[in-house]
Design a protein around this ligand. Structure first.
Ligand SMILES: C[S@@+](CC[C@H](N)C(=O)[O-])C[C@H]1O[C@@H](n2cnc3c(N)ncnc32)[C@H](O)[C@@H]1O
Length: 396
């Protein structure tokens, strides 16, 4: 019978091979960090596993084999649910996780870190990424901000116990952390819809800011910005992964609570564009359409309970107070004629169709052809290269 330590060693080596397989190779300094900050030491005793699309708890002391297997699988491990509150009527939903090891190391490689750099991480979570960074740069050069007090305190203790000493700050990462600015690198491990300008302000020219991307349409992509002398930051998306959204940028839309009313009289029309083309069938189309739409959310209703509608795509703005919504119905038969209803000051399906046509006209670009420029006044998406003279009018 193998001892726990031996099993952990075998699992670690197998994970290392999986990471190298995914990335093609791993720089020796990151391999050393992987050894110096073993992932299982950072995970709490209670983790949550995805079993047939349900989150089920797994406690280390009760199921040590299963727990260790999860710790060294090349997958995310959920370490907190429901922002630390007991699951209730809204079910169980992940609110913190140790990200999948391949994506952790992909991001570390994308950061292009050199000795002596000072780095800010947003989203300490389990502390594993901060531990890897501290093993690479030294704890005094790494600052990590976590919005959840319990997670921040736990990570601070675990990092100290393991001999890595980054500064862990309990605060909202949208503000960055001015106490140790300027930074040479800023990495977020929660996704953002709006890049906080504080991150740019706490950088220097040449600083790389790397963050997972989200928008209400499609949570996908890694955005790598470089800060310029003029106080803007620009960069491109890489086609990888989905992360949990930064607290403070979440939206909570419930159609019939917030938007749709019996007395609404929407405009009716028909469209030839299949609503599936912009929501499910093509990842690049979803990414481009979502990026241009900016604040538009969608959800499918597969059982609209209305004569003549077999499936319905709902659209709404995330700012429910603006009051715009749209519904696109499939009658269960026709593949090129869908009923459209639009209500409110914005015509959301018309905007979606225009974004789709723009994406087609650009040659069906994938996420890697898109980029974003961040200024003090907002952010503007672009294809291939940043526009010159970005002004207030073009910012979203
Ligand atoms: C994917 S997890 C982090 C993974 C972590 N780096 C690790 O190695 O375990 C994302 C984390 O971001 C945190 N977070 C969400 N919103 C935040 C905010 N506004 N400021 C700081 N942290 C935030 C969450 O609480 C969560 O712990």
């Amino acid at each position: 019978m193998r001892g726990t330590r031996e099993k952990a060693e075998v699992a670690k080596q197998s994970l290392l091979r999986a990471i190298k397989g995914d990335l093609g190779s791993l720089a020796p300094e990151w391999e050393r960090a992987f050894v110096a900050a073993p992932r299982h030491r950072f995970l709490p005793s209670l983790i949550w596993l995805d079993v047939k699309d349900r989150w089920v708890p797994c406690v280390r002391e009760k199921e040590p084999g299963r727990w260790l297997e999860a710790a060294y699988a090349n997958s995310p491990v959920v370490t907190q649910v429901n922002d630390g509150r007991p699951p209730g009527a809204d079910g169980v939903w992940p609110s913190s996780s140790a990200s999948a090891p391949s994506i952790v190391f992909r991001m570390l490689e994308m950061l292009d870190i050199h000795d002596g750099m000072r780095l800010l991480e947003i989203g300490t979570g389990s502390g594993w990424n901060a531990g890897l960074l501290a093993a690479r740069l030294g704890g005094d050069r790494v600052t990590s901000v976590e919005v959840d007090r319990a997670l921040a305190e736990r990570a601070r203790d675990v990092l100290a116990e393991n001999g890595h000493g980054p500064l862990v700050v309990f605060a909202d990462g949208a503000e960055g952390y001015s106490g140790r600015a300027p930074y040479d690198r800023i990495v977020s491990t929660c996704s953002v819809r709006r890049v906080p300008y504080a991150w740019v302000e706490q950088s220097r020219p040449g600083t790389v800011v790397l963050t997972p991307w989200d928008n209400p349409w499609f949570c996908y992509g890694l955005l790598r910005l470089v800060v310029a002398e003029d106080g803007t930051a620009s960069g491109r998306f890489a086609p990888h992964s989905a992360f949990m959204l930064m607290r403070g940028q979440r939206s909570d839309i419930r159609l019939f609570r917030d938007l749709v009313r019996d007395e609404h009289r929407p405009d009716e029309s028909f469209t030839g564009l299949s609503p599936w083309k912009v929501t499910t069938s093509d990842r690049s189309a979803r990414f481009g359409v979502g990026l241009w739409l900016g604040d538009v959310w969608h959800a499918w209703d597969e059982d609209p309970e209305e004569n003549g509608a077999e499936a319905r795509l709902w659209l709404a703005t995330t700012d429910a107070s603006s009051g715009s919504w749209a519904a696109v119905d499939w009658d269960g038969k026709q593949k090129d004629r869908f009923r459209v209803r639009q209500y409110g000051p914005r015509r959301l399906w018309d905007e979606t169709e225009a974004a789709y046509q723009r994406w087609r006209a650009a040659g069906d670009p994938g996420p890697e052809r898109f980029g974003l420029t961040v200024t003090r006044d907002g952010q503007v998406p672009w294809i291939d290269r940043p526009p010159t003279g970005i002004g207030r009018a073009t910012l979203v």
